[in-house]
Design a protein around this ligand. Structure first.
Ligand SMILES: Cc1cc2nc3c(=O)[nH]c(=O)nc-3n(C[C@H](O)[C@H](O)[C@H](O)COP(=O)(O)OP(=O)(O)OC[C@H]3O[C@@H](n4cnc5c(N)ncnc54)[C@H](O)[C@@H]3O)c2cc1C
Length: 482
């Protein structure tokens, strides 16, 4: 298993093609806009070596018996799924933001079981190929970007109906030794600091969409893989100073990129689905269940930090004992524990897939994510309420050193005599960082928009059973009832 420092050094050896603000990025590790995201992903490596958390953040590979980082592990039982959630909460608490490595983890978990099922139906050898890839990923402790979301063009049309056939990733050539793929994946978390991408179809497909039914893995620096790093709210603060960033070490959300596959060659050894279109929906259902499980873990960890910042500000500002503030803090805690409870519940209620992998309860996993999409913004609203308006109006950190106004900033931003104004400003900036647009949009759309979860809830909830329960108690349809 790599340490965080070794992971960071390993990124220097990649020859990725990354663009940001109109320019090619020479080193993702040293770029101020990207470095915080690198630091955050590095936490997933360090945790596996930390005596306090190694039991959560590492596991024993069921394939090799060797100790591996849990972010590359295939859950074998209930305990593995529960540890996954607990590990995510801890990492969320340490970083206060998205640590990026779960999309790739869930892509690994999903393909492990789906390749098994495809082989069973078609006699293909995807599963053995995938196992070899998995062992390499585990032994080299690679970070994988999980690439599922296509640009999708006109949402009312299927892939083959789009005006541009490249709006979904597709196979454009089949050669004797591999395939050539074209298209793009959007919003790719941690992409620029991943070693490789695992590409999956992002929606169910029909027979006309056969060329879009493709799953594969490529190194992040394979020829033709081009990445464009996205902008975030207030990102220029990353090269202006430390305090105004709010979370200068770890940044905001995952650092997403548009990943373009400009006719990329993929050898068959790394192809895990090719034309079996009916398995696209299985991939999406399994991946989203595992990924939605996560949101109740990582986001509750992030919100633990936000609750802490809010409490600290209330204490500094003399409002912590007010009953309405205590009530709001309790409400925040209740929502966070509800999110976490859902993630744990879907793990405890797991079943086994045909290949032996433990599978979360999808109804509860989708409920956990839907709660996160609802509760994260609600918790941020309460944090902003308690923190006060200064979060939106503070001057720049540079004013603290301004010979003319610095003394006034320290004087007028001070609340209690024993608390320096700078401490309040730092916490205010952290609240601003965590309650701004990007993290809220991530909780909304990351792992799928809320409607996608509702569709699963509608489908899996046993409506007839509920109606019968009520009818029996009310005596509807019985002799007595009539
Ligand atoms: C911060 C962040 C990180 C992310 N990280 C990753 C990642 O690492 N890997 C990855 O693969 N993806 C990632 N995603 C993508 C995420 O899964 C998508 O944003 C999500 O699935 C929604 O897709 P979309 O953004 O294209 O929005 P859309 O699909 O356009 O949805 C917008 C709205 O339109 C509705 N809608 C969509 N289609 C239809 C339709 N046919 N009919 C009616 N209504 C419709 C939706 O319900 C929603 O309300 C990330 C997203 C964010 C915001």
């Amino acid at each position: 298993m790599m340490t965080g420092a070794e992971y960071i050094e390993s990124l220097r050896r990649l020859k990725t093609e990354v663009y940001f603000m109109g320019q090619r990025v020479e080193s993702v590790v040293d770029h101020p806009a990207i470095r915080p995201h690198v630091n955050t992903a590095a936490v997933t490596y360090d945790l596996a070596h930390d005596p306090e958390y190694a039991d959560l953040a590492s596991a024993v590979s069921h394939l090799t018996g060797r100790r591996i980082n849990r972010w590359t592990h295939i859950p074998q039982n209930q305990e593995d799924l529960v540890k996954k959630v607990k590990m995510l909460r801890v990492a969320g608490q340490i970083t206060g933001t998205c640590f990026q490595r779960c999309v790739g983890m869930d892509a690994l978990i999903t393909l492990y079981s789906v390749t098994h099922d495809v082989d069973k139906k078609y006699g293909t050898d995807y599963h053995e190929r995938f196992k070899r890839f998995l062992i390499e990923t585990q032994d080299r402790d690679l970070m994988s970007g999980g690439a599922m979301t296509d640009p999708k063009g006109d949402r009312s049309k299927r892939p083959h109906e789009q005006h541009d056939p490249d709006l979904f990733v597709r196979v454009v050539e089949r050669r004797s030794d591999g395939i050539v793929v074209r298209g793009a994946k959007m919003h790719q978390t941690g992409a620029v600091n991943s070693h490789q991408f695992i590409v999956l179809p992002g929606q169910s497909l029909g027979p006309e969409d056969k060329d879009y039914a493709v799953a594969f893995a490529v190194p992040a620096d394979a020829p033709g893989v081009i990445q464009v790093f996205g902008r975030q709210v207030n990102d220029s603060r990353k090269w202006e100073g430390k305090i105004d960033q709010g979370n200068p070490t770890y940044g905001v959300v995952g650092g997403e990129a548009l990943v373009i596959f400009d006719d990329v060659f993929v050898p068959y050894e790394r192809v895990f689905l090719l034309g079996e279109w009916e398995f696209a929906s299985t991939i999406v259902e399994r991946f989203t269940a595992y990924h939605r499980q996560n949101y109740g873990g990582c986001k509750s960890g992030n919100l633990d930090v936000l609750i802490g910042a809010t409490l600290a500000l209330a204490e500094m500002q003399g409002t912590a004992k007010a009953s309405h503030v205590r009530d709001k803090l309790a409400e925040m805690a209740h929502m966070v524990e509800t999110m976490y409870g859902g993630a744990l519940a879907c793990s405890y209620e797991c079943t086994k897939l045909a290949c032996g992998t433990a599978f979360v309860n999808p109804l509860l996993a989708n409920t956990a994510k839907l709660n996160t999409a609802r509760y994260y913004p609600e918790v941020t609203r309460l944090a902003q309420d308690i923190a006060g308006g200064f979060v939106a109006t503070m001057p720049s950190e540079r004013e603290l050193d301004n010979p003319r106004v610095g003394q006034f900033i320290r004087k007028y931003y001070q609340t209690r005599a024993d608390v320096p104004a700078e401490d309040r400003i730092r916490l205010g900036r952290l609240v601003e960082n965590m309650t701004g647009a990007t993290p809220i949009i991530e909780c909304m759309h990351g792992a799928g928009s809320p409607q996608a979860q509702k569709v699963v809830v509608q489908r899996l909830f046993d409506w007839v059973k509920r109606r019968r329960l009520a009818e029996r108690i009310a005596g509807v349809g019985t002799e007595e009832g009539r």
